[in-house]
Design a protein around this ligand. Structure first.
Ligand SMILES: [Zn+2]
Ligand SMILES: [Zn+2]
Length: 369
């Protein structure tokens, strides 16, 4: 390849400074890469709509799931399980690591708000209990989306680091790694662009206090379910297996659903919300949640959590109590929806599993259909 042409790998850098003689360069130290990625994750900024140098204070380690009541409700001896793998775990388990233990103080943190805005904004959803209203649904949804944007931006930065991982390997190997990263990168870029669009909608609703465009379903169970988490996802299939939208390449805007699953006062609360077109895919998704038989809702919440997010935390004792088959079925969902594994249409359909049992204590539905 000509030295000053753009490199074949798609990095946008000239060949001479990119893959030229990479097979002769030293191999990358995995632990150094892990450390580099962790320090990236600690670099924060404030996601409040009114964030500015004059209004923001120090960036805090905000929790995506509140620590007291939420994470604490599922912890065993101060620990929960996370399904997010480390680079080391990926390599040691040949790409299929199981959930790992972390302390509740480290679980679900992200440096996405300054402490002043964090306290001011999330007061209504940080108490011992919560009212299930459009206001609290919009706050929880906003936090889920701010996290999602943060996570996507971070993922994009870590891909840059991962592009160096083929150092010291043959051209054949380099090409395989770069192709893999290229395929992921496309999805991450679109995810980031979408998350920015979604956040702009929630920013506007929070700033004006006008939640009239918000659709939501909020479920309160009569006890604690063994999973908490939050995030936002494209609604691809509903809970009866109906396709809602086909995610294609290009610039189309796709409907999304923000998801929060946490506990207040010993009872799990799950909120789905979206600011999106009337009657569209997101509204249909939430309608399909509303149509579940009440006795099957708890199980469906576990299914959705594993299928649609990796920002989820598990009660260790519960995970250990599952059968091997149940564990591998849930873990299989964590790989779903990636470039190497498209989501099956029936991914959210009830297969009669028994992950958790709980009665619905309160159900609030406000859909703009
Ligand atoms: Zn290159
Ligand atoms: Zn701030």
């Amino acid at each position: 390849m000509e030295a000053y042409a753009l490199c074949w790998c798609g990095s946008g850098t000239k060949y001479k400074w990119c893959h030229h003689r990479r097979e002769e360069q030293p191999k990358v130290d995995i632990f150094a890469v892990d450390a580099q990625m962790r320090s990236l994750a600690e670099k924060g900024y404030c996601s409040h709509p009114a964030a500015s140098a004059s209004t923001c204070t120090k960036i805090s380690k905000a929790h995506t799931v509140q620590r007291r009541g939420g994470l604490a409700a599922i912890a065993d001896e101060g620990h929960v399980l996370t399904v997010k793998p480390t680079m080391k775990g990926m390599i040691e388990s040949e790409g299929a690591p199981g959930p790992r233990r972390i302390g509740v103080g480290q679980a679900s943190v992200f440096p996405g708000f300054c402490s002043a805005h964090d306290t001011e904004l999330f007061g209504p959803v940080e108490g011992k209990d919560v009212d299930l209203t459009a206001t609290t649904a919009s706050l929880l949804g906003f936090r889920a989306i701010a996290y999602e944007r943060f996570a996507k931006a971070l993922q994009l930065e870590t891909l840059t680091i991962q592009r160096q991982m083929d150092s010291g390997h043959s051209f054949f190997h380099q090409r395989a790694i770069q192709r893999h990263i290229y395929a992921i990168e496309w999805g991450v870029r679109r995810g980031l662009r979408d998350a920015e669009r979604w956040k702009a909608d929630y920013d506007a609703a929070l700033t004006s206090g006008d939640t009239s465009g918000l659709s939501f379903v909020a479920i309160r169970f009569d006890r604690t379910l063994p999973v908490v988490g939050c995030g936002a996802f494209h609604a691809e299939f509903d809970l009866q297996g109906k396709p809602l939208q086909r995610l294609t390449r290009g610039d189309l805007a796709f409907d999304y659903v923000a998801w929060n699953m946490t506990a207040y006062d010993g009872r799990t609360v799950v909120v789905f919300s979206s600011i999106c077109p009337r009657g569209g895919p997101a509204v249909q998704f939430m309608e399909s949640v509303n149509q579940l038989a009440e006795g099957r809702m708890a199980d469906a919440m576990i299914r959705i959590a594993f299928e649609q997010s990796d920002n989820l935390f598990l009660k260790p004792g519960w995970w250990e109590s599952l059968t091997d088959n149940e564990r591998s079925a849930l873990q299989g969902r964590a790989q779903s929806g990636t470039p190497s594994q498209a989501r099956p249409m029936d991914c959210l359909v009830d297969a009669g599993t028994n992950y958790a049992k709980a009665e619905v204590a309160e159900l609030v539905v406000d859909l703009k259909s």
